[in-house]
Design a protein around this ligand. Structure first.
Ligand code: DGL
Length: 272
């Protein structure tokens, strides 16, 4: 088991922010990444469709011999974690609980905001995860469907992005002006963190803490590998194999999320 790779999937390239965090925390582990770019976005699809797509992604990665599965997509984590854990015997790590834990570690006021896709927000997954960890925390959530395309376009410091962020964060502030911590509950959002942080300070009139799931997910992967004795014994840097279901723009988009050029990728067909 130790020599097997870790499997990571997302609806697209956003999950490469999680790959980046895992590679930083566990550089010797090899990774198999699948971005279901042909079917992105998951955020606007029904829970049943997202669960079906997620099972297909997982089957592909299990076929590549992965020892652990990371669901690097908040929407898939919100809709499909139960079915994935029921279908496969490898450990399955989602994005929502690690994001909720990061938020609880960061908040002082116990008032937390969550931004995510329509699917993640409608699922109530963050409210449930935060309530399970701390019944006293007050959670306000807001769907931000326009942030994914802005992140993909690389409009990370742009007048239009600032205007859209001002509107979303203003709507969140109207739900609870006492929020002190915001969860970036979507794998695409970390590359927008600087602009969201600046606009949040403007809208709320003070600095807020912004947290995402990536670092906490990497820590959870490390903890599971340590507990199961599954960590690689190899030294050096592990291999990253990147698979996508549609390769259009991948060479342009992937480096934005991975933080380095993508060495190579291949195109896969998923049977649904
Ligand atoms: N990766 C998705 C998530 O984290 C966002 C993109 C999509 O809607 O598919 O929720």
């Amino acid at each position: 088991m130790q020599a097997q790779p870790l499997g990571v999937f997302d609806s697209g390239v956003g999950g490469l922010t999680v790959v980046r965090a895992i590679r930083r925390a566990l550089p010797a582990e090899s990774l198999e990444y699948l971005g279901d770019t042909a079917r992105l976005p998951y955020g606007s699809k029904s829970p049943e469709t997202v669960a079906r797509y997620s099972l297909a992604c997982a089957r592909f990665l299990l076929g590549r011999g992965v020892k652990l599965l990371v669901v690097a997509c908040n929407t898939a984590s919100a809709h499909a974690l139960g079915p994935l854990r029921a279908a496969f015997s490898v450990p399955v790590i989602g994005a929502v609980e690690p994001g909720a834990k990061s938020a609880l570690a960061a908040t002082r006021s116990g008032r937390v905001g969550v931004l995510g896709t329509l699917g993640t927000i409608r699922s109530g997954a963050y409210e449930a995860a935060l309530a399970a960890l701390d019944a006293g925390v007050r959670v306000s959530v807001h769907a931000c469907p326009l942030l994914v395309p802005l992140a993909e376009e690389g409009w990370t410091d742009d007048e239009i992005t600032r205007a859209i962020a001002r509107r979303y964060l203003g709507e969140l502030a109207a739900k609870d002006p006492a929020i002190d911590t915001i969860v970036l509950g979507c794998t695409h959002y970390p590359i927008l963190a600087p602009v969201l942080e600046r606009v949040a300070a403007e809208v709320f009139g003070r600095e807020l803490r912004l947290v995402d799931s990536a670092t906490a997910m990497a820590a959870e992967v490390a903890a599971v590998l340590a507990a199961t004795g599954g960590a690689t014994q190899a030294g050096g840097t592990g291999r990253l194999a990147c698979h996508v279901t549609d390769a259009s723009r991948i060479d342009e988009l992937a480096p934005r999320f991975l933080g380095e050029p993508l060495a190579a990728h291949d195109l896969v067909e998923l049977a649904l």
